[in-house]
Design a binder for this molecule. Structure first.
Ligand code: FAD
Length: 474
């Protein structure tokens, strides 16, 4: 058994952990990062859920399926003829695997460049050691450090009585590996992950049925934007049932049956070839041996932290999906940077009000700040401006005119309180709005900034103009 001493040991190599490790190393700390994720050959695959079975592979498949959909539906409008359109799912999946591996390799490279020592295996607390240090075991090695950053992420939550078999009943992992286009696909949970996965397979030809327990569609999204998205998804053929109560689920050789009660209280049965269950995620603390050191968890099993990601133990920090807050890679990364800077005595900070959210469906949905229902609930006086992509020249040229930009600003000061977008490239358009909110811009500021023409970003400017009822192009 060998014992190695570091300044900082990070447990978990997802976006929270690997970014914390790189930033700590940049700040001059002797840093180690432990990650247990293995690729199909058993080798290390740093990058966590995000890189291996989350953000990156889902976007690779969304891109492939979007090409397929465009080739099948909209190319003809451009005068491009394509006879015998086909999809080779194996090839699509192997392209996705190549993209994932490029990202795994990129993290190895970054660790080398920044002199982060990487350990492949499970990190677990052994206990406290001398001089305010903590001891962590990984394989035969013992790592000792004053500062530990726990970034162990989250895993898909299974439905009681319907464990994932990754063949018929699929988590996000299995949903990214389906070897042929299922004729019928069921989805439990109309959240971000469910809608993205449902979109991939619907575009490739599956008949997709989505069952959602909540009575409202995308309750976290601005109501007007969610309504617009629901209309678009329904038009595309996604069948979404809200307010359902799922009962027994049975998986057989050829498919899955789901018994449920619909919103009117009528018993229904859904029979599908495959079922994706996407009902939320649980924080990962299994194997961490947190009990050995008394690391405090909340009732959801998340590590309890304060605003600066400090746990109840001195020198032990936690970031990302394993703590409170939105389960987003960009939030995990920001917390990773902030913690490394705090360890260095700096003032790292995450502004939760300016974290952008994106759903990479088509149309994309993106938002930052508060939505209209939140402002109403808080009794805040606000002004709203919307601008439809239908009136945007670039969107017309692209042939992608669904949706709108909606801007909300304080009724008195005009400070932007939130921006909500459903439409083409919403994921990119939201960046301008995040910057504006970070700099406490007013809608007038955005309205007076010169935007390139023709560009989708002009819709943001026009929504800002609409706040003071002076849109120019609508
Ligand atoms: C299908 C899907 C699509 C998504 N798309 C997006 C998106 O587009 N944008 C976005 O922002 N977010 C997206 N997310 C969410 C995003 O993946 C997570 O928020 C993000 O990965 C959290 O980062 P993390 O570092 O906290 O944890 P993770 O990425 O889960 O990484 C944790 C790592 O720690 C390892 N680990 C756990 N315990 C131990 C231990 N004891 N010892 C060693 N290693 C350990 C795990 O194996 C894993 O490698 C998506 C998620 C899914 C499932």
């Amino acid at each position: 058994m060998s014992t190695k001493t570091f300044d900082v040991v990070v447990i978990g190599g997802g976006p929270g952990g690997y970014i914390a490790a790189i930033r700590a190393a940049q700040l001059g700390f002797n840093t180690a990062c432990i990650d247990e994720w293995s690729n199909d050959e058993g080798g290390p695959a740093p990058g966590g859920t995000c890189t291996n079975v989350g953000c990156i592979p889902s976007k690779a498949l969304l891109q492939s399926s979007e090409h397929f959909e465009h080739a099948g539906h909209s190319f003809a409008d451009h005068g491009i003829g394509l006879d015998n359109l086909s999809i080779d799912v194996r090839k699509m999946l192997s392209r996705k695997d190549v993209v994932v591996k490029q990202n795994n390799d990129g993290i190895h490279y970054l660790f080398k460049k920044n002199k982060v020592t990487f350990f492949h295996g499970r990190g677990s607390f052994v206990g406290a050691s001398d001089g305010g240090n903590w001891e962590v075991a990984v394989g035969d090695a013992r790592l000792v450090a004053k500062n530990i950053v726990v970034a162990t992420g989250s895993s898909a939550r299974a439905l009681a009585g319907a464990p994932f078999d990754e063949d018929r009943i699929l988590s996000n992992d299995g949903a990214l590996r389906i070897g042929e286009v299922p004729r019928t696909l069921g989805l439990i949970g109309a959240g971000v992950i469910g809608l993205e996965m449902g979109s991939v397979w619907r575009r490739l030809g599956s008949d997709v049925n989505v069952l959602e327990g909540l009575p409202t569609f995308l309750g976290v999204v601005d109501e007007q934007i969610a309504k617009e998205a629901h209309k678009a998804f329904t038009k595309q053929g996604l069948k979404i049932s809200l307010g359902v109560k799922v009962g027994e689920i049975k998986a057989g050789d050829s498919g899955v049956t789901v018994d449920y009660t619909d919103a009117n209280g009528v018993a229904q049965r859904l029979e599908v070839e495959r079922l994706i269950v996407s009902i939320g995620r649980v924080p990962n603390t299994t194997g961490l041996n947190h009990e050995a050191v008394g690391l405090k968890l909340d009732e959801r099993g998340a590590i309890v932290v304060d605003d600066d990601c400090r746990t109840n133990l001195p020198g032990v920090w936690a970031v990302g999906d394993v703590v409170r807050g939105p389960m987003l890679a960009n939030k995990a990364e920001e917390e990773g940077v902030a913690v490394a800077e705090r360890i260095a005595g700096q003032h790292g900070h995450v502004n939760f009000n300016t974290i952008p959210w994106v759903i990479y469906t088509s149309p994309e949905i993106a938002w930052v700040g508060q939505n209209e229902q939140e402002l109403k609930a808080a009794g805040r006086a606000y002004k709203a401006g919307t601008f439809p992509f239908m009136a945007n020249g670039r969107a017309r040229a692209m042939g992608d005119t669904t949706g709108m930009v909606k801007m909300l600003a304080d009724a008195t000061t005009d400070e932007i309180l939130g921006v909500h977008i459903v439409g083409p490239m919403a994921s990119e358009l939201i960046a301008e709005c995040v910057v504006a909110m970070e700099f406490k811009a007013s809608s007038e500021d955005i309205a007076r900034i010169c935007h390139a023409h023709p560009s989708l970003s002009e819709a943001t400017k026009e929504a800002a103009l609409a706040v003071s009822k002076r849109t120019l192009n609508f």
